[in-house]
Design a protein around this ligand. Structure first.
Ligand SMILES: [Zn+2]
Ligand SMILES: [Zn+2]
Length: 221
């Protein structure tokens, strides 16, 4: 199976968005834009997203056990909170970052809408760095073991999202349930103002952006 899209990215090397950047940033934006549209980057991203989630979860569990302050119930609650938080991050990033007026992110995502089988994706090292920064941030509010576990679960959600998005665009599901699930995101490609969730439609349901089929106009005589 050839893998293809994941999500939006940095602007195209030859595209207008790069040239809109301040001159000092162009020298870094151009190589990043080339990287973010490469097949290598897509594969490296799927791998590094999975790897960082495993590492963060393992580090959290290890640290919690080593310091004797990790208990099963709070750990299970941390996992549930992480999954729940990820569903909102997925929705918010797609709705307000990739479909907002955000320059490079918006431009990269627009290209995914034009060519869902393209290779546009964030540079592979960005999400893992973000997840590590998130883990460090959580240590201000939580014991380090729980902080790393929480960041690891969010990273696992992101890894699942990346793989799911690729599968939705390259695989034809046979199961009616899976076809319905994939259809939720495919509808977004025809109606970009709706269905911002990819792994789940929960936040579209809660925030009223779930696609509603328009009733057919009946002819009046
Ligand atoms: Zn898509
Ligand atoms: Zn979109």
């Amino acid at each position: 199976m050839s893998i293809k899209p994941k999500i939006s990215a940095i602007p195209d090397a030859a595209g207008e968005p790069v040239s809109r950047l301040p001159a000092p940033l162009e020298w870094i934006a151009r190589p990043l834009s080339r990287l973010s549209t490469s097949h290598f980057n897509l594969r490296a991203g799927l791998t590094s997203d999975t790897l960082i989630s495993v590492l963060l979860i393992a580090a959290g569990v290890w640290y919690g056990h080593a310091h004797g302050n990790m208990r099963l119930l709070p750990a299970a609650l941390t996992v549930l909170c992480g999954l729940f938080a990820f569903t909102f991050i997925e929705y918010a990033a797609h709705r307000w970052l990739f479909h907002g007026h955000t320059g490079p992110f918006e431009a990269g995502h627009n290209r995914h809408h034009v060519d869902p089988l393209g290779y546009d994706a964030l540079p592979f090292f960005m999400p893992p760095l973000f997840m590590c920064a998130l883990g460090a941030l959580f240590t201000f509010a939580l014991p380090a073991g729980y902080a790393l576990l929480l960041a690891g679960v969010i990273a696992a959600g992101y890894a699942a999202y990346g793989s799911s998005h690729v599968m939705i665009h390259v695989h034809r599901f046979k199961s009616p349930l899976m076809r319905r699930w994939a259809g939720f995101h495919n509808i977004h490609h025809y109606h970009p103002e709706a269905n911002f969730g990819v792994t789940t439609g929960l936040w579209d349901f809660l925030l009223g952006t779930r696609y509603q089929r328009q009733p057919r106009q009946t002819a009046r005589y």
